[in-house]
Design a protein around this ligand. Structure first.
Ligand code: G6P
Length: 615
């Protein structure tokens, strides 16, 4: 949700800001803007509605923007329509503070009233403006300088924010404040950078400071100083980023999404290898995630909370964990969990799954679980993210930076992490024996190569997508794990191709929705679970009798299904607990190729943002 970049140094701020914003556009792209201070101390603001390209054109036609310090923003609208008038940066009523914001100021109406009483009037419909005006208000009232004014504003603001602020009287500094919205600072020789996410500045520096909740930073060229909300200095060590900037580039692929699908084999392999140890006699070692055998033995039940695709991983793991480890598992939308006064058991394990580690609802659900005193575990991709820092233990998925808004490789890595947990829980709790343990680990290790073999045949899906790109309604059906996969397949299709689709537990279709099946409606059945194969097949045939065009995703050993359906996508055989890792690939490809065939921007689908840091 919204991307922030900042720069202060000796180079062209405009160039760094535009470059950084181009790497953050996945966070929002309704409008963009920059504010740059020139050598006379004058701050020039340029903003434009739409994609970054519109801003670049506007900067070029305004004669360019000169200066060596500035802030930039790419917006995902919350308060106020996407327009130039609502685009960031915003300048305070009195002109002393210019800022950009990510998050939501929940009490902005109350703050507007307060500020109105003190003579302020407003220039946009945003909540952001109230935060910036409030800082100006305290600056003028107490004359205690930026740190004091920001801290006072932070006490009054309710909600979430990452703020980057320039003060008219402080030419050599940019100030940052944070609560529940991500922002990091990078330093190099004589230059400093601010960004919502590491890839935006990785080209310039690998030394990054993570700013904690309710902390303030003062950034000068080449250095950063940190304060808590009481104005006390905080010592921080930079974290050296070791992953490669190339992994945030397209690397010859047309889109990030297809590149990231092709990385699934590697990220699953890396995630598995981070915990599977032993040359002869493989075993799983979860000590790096802080999970011991006694911890596992003590678990009475598990709650998984997550959003979007991560929630679908949770649904899948519910089937796998319950079956293998015989622990009761329930899965909830994080947004529902946080507000329904959940009843947790004292020996319950609470798992939150999140690629970004910053999803507002997932973070709030984690905090609710912690408040109730239960053990919490994050399955997280972004190192140093809020969920990673706040969960009692963390299992890092090693997917690397994921840029396409619709998740693919991070989903694959989350699933792999969940399988490993399930197998280890089963072993420690004695629900599987040693032979089965070793067999399941070996099966897991076949996933990367099997993903590659599916990708080698991707042209079939591309061909089918070209033929079916005019579809209006698509239904995905499956039972058990296949139902969990239907949810994800359907979401991928909606997200990137904008074709309406729905996922149903196969037997549920006949309880109403089958009335929507008509001549030519595409129904995609997932049939990977041996005990449920015939049953889902019957449900598919029921659709065919009503005119549906049938596609099936099934294991190679069930090639016989081609006699009943119009099109088959075969996936390699694997233990039935792990089929999700394989059958998700053709469904991701289908969503991708349909999106491309329909001419959409698959990496940045309309109305979506990658990191949803508002509730
Ligand atoms: C957004 C993304 C989804 C993602 C969801 C949860 O909606 O577009 O792809 O699954 O957020 O994100 P998280 O970072 O918590 O996994």
């Amino acid at each position: 949700m919204c991307g922030i970049v900042g720069y202060i140094g000796e180079g062209s701020a405009c160039d760094v800001l535009i470059d950084g914003l181009s790497r953050l556009e996945y966070r929002g792209y309704d409008s963009a803007g920059i504010a740059v201070r020139n050598s006379d101390g004058v701050i020039k603001v340029v903003r434009a509605k739409g994609r970054l390209k519109a801003l670049e054109d506007k900067i070029a036609s305004s004669g360019g923007v000169e200066g060596t310090s500035g802030i930039g923003h790419t917006r995902w609208a919350t308060h106020g329509e996407p327009s130039e008038y609502n685009a960031h940066p915003h300048t305070s009523y009195g002109g002393t503070v210019t800022g950009v914001h990510n998050g939501i100021i929940e009490n902005y109406l109350e703050l507007r009233e307060k500020l109105t009483r003190h003579g302020f009037s407003f220039r946009s419909d945003t909540d952001t403006e109230t935060a910036i005006d409030l800082v100006e208000y305290y600056l003028m009232k107490y004359r205690g300088g930026p740190a004091d004014a920001i801290a006072k504003a932070m006490v009054r603001i309710r909600g979430s924010y990452a703020l980057a602020l320039m003060f008219s009287d402080e030419p050599d500094r940019i100030w940052v404040a944070r609560k529940d919205s991500p922002i990091i600072i990078g330093t190099a020789d004589g230059e400093s950078y601010i960004a919502s996410d590491v890839p935006a500045i990785l080209k310039y520096t690998r030394d990054v400071y993570y700013i904690g909740n309710l902390e303030i930073a003062c950034i000068e060229a080449g250095k950063a100083v940190f304060y808590n909300i009481d104005g006390e200095l905080i010592e921080k060590e930079p974290v050296h980023i070791t992953w490669d900037a190339d992994s945030a580039e397209k690397g010859g692929f047309e889109h990030f999404m297809i590149k990231e699908i092709h990385e699934e084999s590697r990220v699953v392999n890396d995630t598995l290898n981070s915990v599977i140890k032993g040359e002869n006699g493989k075993y799983i070692d979860l000590s790096a995630a802080g999970i011991s055998d006694s911890y596992i033995k003590n678990i009475s039940r598990i709650t998984i909370a997550a959003c979007g695709s991560a929630y679908h991983v949770g649904i899948n793991l519910q089937y796998v964990m319950e079956d293998l480890a015989r622990i009761p598992v329930r899965v909830e939308f994080a947004s529902e969990f946080r507000y329904r006064k959940p009843v947790l058991d004292s020996d319950e394990l609470f798992i939150v799954i999140s690629q970004s580690g910053e999803t507002a609802d997932s973070l709030a659900a984690l905090r609710e679980a912690k408040k109730q005193g239960v053990n919490t575990l994050g399955i997280v991709n972004v190192v140093g993210s809020s969920i990673a820092r706040e969960a009692d233990s963390v299992f890092y998925t090693l997917a690397g930076p994921e840029i396409a808004v619709a998740t693919t490789k991070a989903y694959a890595a989350q699933l792999a992490a969940g399988y490993v947990l399930s197998i280890q829980f089963a072993k420690v709790r004695g629900t599987i024996n040693e032979d089965e343990y070793v067999r399941l680990i070996s099966e897991l290790q076949t996933i990367p190569e099997k993903i590659q073999s599916i990708l080698r045949n991707k042209d079939r899906i591309q061909y089918f997508a070209a033929k079916y790109s005019n579809a209006h309604d698509v239904f995905f059906i499956g039972r058990g794990i296949d139902y969990a996969m239907a949810l994800e397949g359907s979401l991928k299709m909606k997200e990137v191709s904008y074709i309406h689709s729905e996922a149903y537990a196969a037997a549920e279709l006949k309880h109403g929705t089958i009335s929507l099946i008509e001549d030519g409606t595409l129904v995609i059945g997932i049939l990977t679970q041996p005990g449920l194969f015939e049953k889902t097949l019957s449900n598919l045939v029921e659709c065919k009798s009503r005119g549906a065009f049938l596609m099936a995703i099934a294991p190679e050993s069930r090639e016989d299904i081609s006699a009943y359906v119009d099109l088959v996508e075969l996936i390699p055989d694997i233990d039935s607990h792990f089929t999700g890792s394989l059958d998700v690939v053709p469904m991701q490809l289908l969503g991708y190729y349909l999106g491309v065939a329909r001419g959409f921007d698959v990496d940045k689908p309309r109305n979506l943002a990658k990191s949803v840091t508002v509730e």
